[in-house]
Design a protein around this ligand. Structure first.
Ligand SMILES: Cc1cc2nc3c(=O)[nH]c(=O)nc-3n(C[C@H](O)[C@H](O)[C@H](O)COP(=O)(O)OP(=O)(O)OC[C@H]3O[C@@H](n4cnc5c(N)ncnc54)[C@H](O)[C@@H]3O)c2cc1C
Length: 476
């Protein structure tokens, strides 16, 4: 069994490291679906734009998704409708357009990324949720979506809804195509460490050099700065476990239920072998009992060939944040909080952010504004999120590891955690997430240190591989 995402099985296109000072119009920070989509959109402008990625493009959250391109998104419209029917309708429209835009980019450029047109389903096997699906059917038909009430074959379900014009693909093949196309403007292994603003320009420190720019776009999945948006109080992080197992044939479907536990599936064939990709469980990160037990349960049941986990940001009103970090300032922008639907939203973010920068109208700027008004859902969610953070901090101070190869102790007055690997080599890290000082839990399956509060992840030697932390936890 490989404890890695099925998508990381291909060779990456190499990009250079930043090794000199440089002046540009736009600096994009982060090379996932969001950053690369924004870079692609800005190719049509006359603005000099570069993208810097602290690791390898695409190897963040993007590489660990199930990679469906769909507007039939689990319970998002139901949740959004609670605060505003109009917003839910507008969000639906944006997702239909984004799915079609991404498909057009792929087909018009003949991008070899295993794009497949599939039917998307949401389904339930719980009597209590049938009314929810019925109401979703009404919402979709009222919004002119061609949707069918049906049953999904091969899965226990009472009712399913089905739509067409949705897709699956190989996310890293797509990212690699974009990298190859724009590699003159991409720098990898180049982390933005700090950004200062002076006389209308941003000065970003990367690899000991300075990038001077008029605009900065934050496409880092989770922004590392707290102010002005107080982002950690407007969302929570959800973790999911995913596996891929070999099957005889693929089917042209992608499906997700609206019950607990969450189940999501799609198929993938690489020409030699066929796989069923299966997402099992999805829950608020701080409710993880044991990462090890979850993986064990998953594997006992399905005998997966690949197995991995992933985290995404769930916003309190289920609509992403795309736009201006400071009100009325078009020069500092961000996009994040995709509620596990990042391919439509990442593609859409590229268009919205480039439209803001190039002063074009875009119908979705207000809907996705990070400054939108606080709604009741957000206020109700706040105590839950605070409780969750406290729980995660307490959990990470306990010895959570089954095989006892972790020791927590103080060295030179600092709290450290020592992991002894199978060969007996010790790996020492600081046992605090630099982002908001939450304790870290060892993920003994993927061998990473994970922050349950906000989702940062670190290698066994302390290198930060996922934000919001922008710092390592190496102990020197
Ligand atoms: C279990 C799961 C399944 C999912 N399945 C789907 C799906 O089927 N369909 C779908 O549409 N969405 C899906 N998603 C959601 C989707 O994968 C994400 O929302 C999306 O990939 C996020 O893309 P991103 O570009 O914002 O982030 P990332 O891909 O994480 O990219 C951010 C990049 O920024 C870089 N970075 C961070 N800090 C710095 C810095 N200081 N300097 C330079 N670079 C930096 C990081 O290294 C990283 O590469 C899923 C999510 C989960 C958790």
């Amino acid at each position: 069994m490989k404890k890695t995402s099925i998508w990381t099985n291909i060779k990456d296109i190499d990009c250079k490291m930043l090794d000199k000072d440089i002046e540009v119009d736009v600096l994009i920070v982060g090379g996932g679906i969001t950053g690369l989509s924004t870079l692609l959109e800005l190719q049509n402008s006359n603005l000099k734009t570069i993208l810097v990625e602290r690791n390898i493009c695409g190897h963040g959250v993007t590489s660990r998704s199930t990679a469906k391109i769909t507007y039939l998104q689990e319970q998002i419209y139901m949740n959004t409708r609670k605060s505003s029917y109009d917003k839910a309708s507008q969000y639906l429209k944006s997702q239909i357009e984004a799915a079609s835009r991404l498909k057009d980019i792929i087909t018009k450029n003949h991008i070899d990324c295993d794009l497949k047109e599939v039917s998307s389903y949401i389904f339930t096997n719980d009597e209590k949720n049938v009314a929810k699906l019925e109401s979703e059917y009404d919402f979709l038909t009222n919004n002119h979506v061609n949707v069918e009430k049906t049953k999904l074959k091969g899965v226990n379900n009472i009712l399913a809804l089905k739509v067409d014009n949705t897709y699956t693909f190989h996310p890293l093949k797509y990212i690699n195509y974009l990298k190859n196309l724009m590699k003159d403007f991409i720098y990898e292994n180049s982390k933005v460490e700090a950004i200062d603003k002076k006389d209308g320009y941003y000065y970003s420190r990367v690899n000991g050099h300075i990038i001077k720019s008029k605009y900065v776009v934050f496409a880092t999945h989770y922004p590392y700065f707290l102010i002005p948006l107080l982002f950690p109080f407007k969302n929570h992080v959800e973790t999911s476990y995913i596996g891929a197992k070999e099957v005889k044939n693929t089917q042209d479907i992608s499906a997700i239920n609206i019950d607990k536990p969450c189940i999501s599936m799609r198929y993938y064939g690489d020409g030699k072998k066929n796989y069923l990709i299966y997402l099992f469980q999805s829950f608020s990160s701080c409710n993880i009992k044991s990462i090890h037990d979850n993986f064990d349960e998953l594997n006992r049941k399905y005998h997966f060939y690949y197995i991995w986990s992933n985290k995404d940001i769930i916003t309190n009103d289920y609509i992403p944040y795309i736009g201006r970090v400071y009100k009325d300032d078009d020069t500092f922008l961000l996009a994040c909080g995709y509620n596990t639907w990042g391919f439509t939203n990442g593609c859409l973010a590229g268009k919205i952010l480039s439209d803001i920068i190039t002063k074009k109208d875009n119908p979705y700027i207000d809907l996705f504004s990070p400054h939108r008004n606080i709604n009741l859902n957000k206020i109700l969610r706040l105590p839950i999120d605070l409780g969750c953070s406290v729980k995660a901090i307490l959990k990470s101070t306990k010895n959570n590891v089954n095989n006892m190869s972790i020791i927590y102790k103080k060295i030179d007055g600092k709290n450290v955690a020592i992991y002894k690997d199978k060969k007996g080599k010790e790996h020492i890290v600081l046992n605090k997430c630099p982002h908001m000082k939450c304790g870290l839990v060892f993920n003994e399956v993927e061998e990473t240190w994970d922050c349950l509060c906000h989702g940062s992840r670190f290698t066994i030697d302390g290198k930060c591989i996922e934000g919001p932390s922008n710092y390592d936890i190496s102990f020197k």
